[in-house]
Write a protein that binds this ligand. Structure first.
Ligand code: URA
Length: 320
C-alpha cells in the first residue's frame, strides 16, 4: 500500500513538474485514497490524519506549492467512508518482483522471432499476475522493418483492453504526429517500457480510474522485452516519448526534468535516440508552443531518417 501511495505522490510531483496546477479527483478515487491511507496507517506508517481528510492531497516534501485537488463538496468535512477491509490488489508488489527475465530469441526471420517473443511475454507469469482479469499483457506493434521505433511508457485503460499500445487518446494523437511526419502508423514500430498497465487500487474490484507511472522495479522487469523488440526490429532510430521512456532508455536518475534531455541526439546501444515529450503532454497543454516543441524534435527525426520534409511541414505550429 505504501508503494501505491508513493506512486501517487510521484505522479503528483510529475504532473506538477509539467505545469499542472490542479488535479480533479473523483469521489470514488478519494474513497480509495482514504482507504489506502487507512490501511497504510494500520501497517504502522503513521501518516498525518490531515492527509486522510481528502480535500488536499499532501504535497511532496520538496514541493513549494502543493498540487491542489478539486475535492467534491463538502471540502472541509468529507464524508467518512464506511469501514472497509484494506484494498487488496491482485498484484505482485513491485518491491518483490523477481529478477528481470532473460529473453533469448530464436534465430530466423523477424516475424518468427517476434511471434516467439509475443508468446514469451504473454506467458510471463509476472506480467500475467500484474494484469487484472479480462485485461491483456501488451507488446509493441507495427512494421518489423520499421526505420523508426517509438517508445512510450505503459499501456493505459484502452491499451490493456485492446492488447495494443497507443490506441487511446494519447495514441490517437501519436498516430496524427506520425502522419504529420508523412508516415502511416503501420510503417513505424510502437512499443512501451511496460507490458502491463501499472495498477492503482480500486474499490471492490471496480475498473481502475487513472494511471500511475511505473515504479523503477516494474520498469526493470519489463525492459528486457523492450530490448528484445529492438533486437528483432533493428530500427535505425529510436524516439523516447516522455520521462518514463527516457529513463528506461538512458538510465534512472539520468535527468531531473525532461527539458534537460529532450531534443538532442543520444545513443542507445549504438542506435540514435531522440527524446521528446509524451503525446499526453500535448493533451494537457494543447498550445502551439507545446506542439512546436515536440514537432521540432520530430523534424530532427525526419531529417535523420532521410524522410522528405516540405516547407509546409517545417512551418507547422509556428503560429502563436
Ligand atoms: N501511453 C503510453 O505511454 N503508452 C501507451 O501504450 C498508451 C499511452
Amino acid at each position: 500500500m505504501r508503494q501505491a501511495l508513493s506512486a501517487l505522490i510521484d505522479e503528483l510531483r510529475r504532473l506538477k513538474a509539467t505545469g499542472v496546477k490542479t488535479v480533479t479527483v473523483s469521489e470514488s478515487a478519494l474513497v480509495a485514497i482514504h482507504r489506502a491511507v487507512g490501511s497504510w496507517r494500520q501497517e504502522g506508517a503513521g501518516l498525518a490524519p490531515a492527509a486522510v481528510a481528502g480535500a488536499v492531497v499532501p504535497a511532496p516534501a520538496a514541493a513549494t506549492s502543493p498540487a491542489r485537488v478539486a475535492a467534491p463538496e463538502p471540502i472541509a468535512a468529507p464524508p467518512r467512508p464506511p469501514p472497509a477491509p484494506a484494498v487488496m490488489l491482485p498484484v505482485v508488489a513491485a518491491a518483490s518482483l523477481p529478477p528481470a527475465p532473460t529473453v533469448t530469441l530464436p534465430e530466423g526471420e523477424k516475424a518468427a522471432r517476434w511471434a516467439a517473443l509475443q508468446q514469451r511475454v504473454a506467458a510471463d507469469p509476472v506480467c500475467r499476475e500484474n494484469v487484472r482479469p479480462g485485461k491483456k499483457v501488451v507488446l509493441g506493434v507495427g512494421a518489423l522493418d520499421a526505420k523508426i521505433m517509438f517508445v512510450g511508457e505503459a499501456p493505459g485503460a484502452e491499451e490493456e483492453i485492446a492488447g495494443e499500445p497507443f490506441v487511446g487518446p494519447a495514441g490517437q494523437l501519436l498516430t496524427k504526429m506520425i502522419s504529420a511526419m508523412g508516415l502511416k502508423r503501420e510503417q513505424v514500430y510502437i512499443g512501451n517500457i511496460m507490458n502491463w498497465r501499472p495498477q492503482l487500487p480500486t474499490i471492490d474490484g471496480r475498473e481502475q480510474v487513472g494511471n500511475r507511472p511505473p515504479t523503477e522495479a516494474e520498469m526493470r522487469y519489463c525492459l528486457p522485452y523492450l530490448r528484445a523488440q529492438i533486437e528483432v526490429v533493428q530500427p535505425e532510430l529510436l524516439v523516447a516519448l516522455g520521462s518514463t521512456a527516457a529513463q528506461g532508455l538512458i538510465g534512472f536518475g539520468a535527468f531531473k526534468a525532461l527539458g534537460e534531455v529532450r531534443g538532442r541526439w543520444r545513443d542507445f546501444n549504438g542506435r540514435p535516440l531522440m527524446i521528446t515529450y509524451h503525446p499526453s503532454y500535448i493533451l494537457r497543454n494543447p498550445s502551439n508552443r507545446s506542439k512546436r516543441m515536440i514537432w521540432e524534435d520530430l523534424l530532427q527525426v525526419m531529417a535523420r531518417a532521410e524522410l522528405p520534409i516540405s516547407d509546409r511541414q517545417r512551418g507547422y505550429f509556428l503560429d502563436k
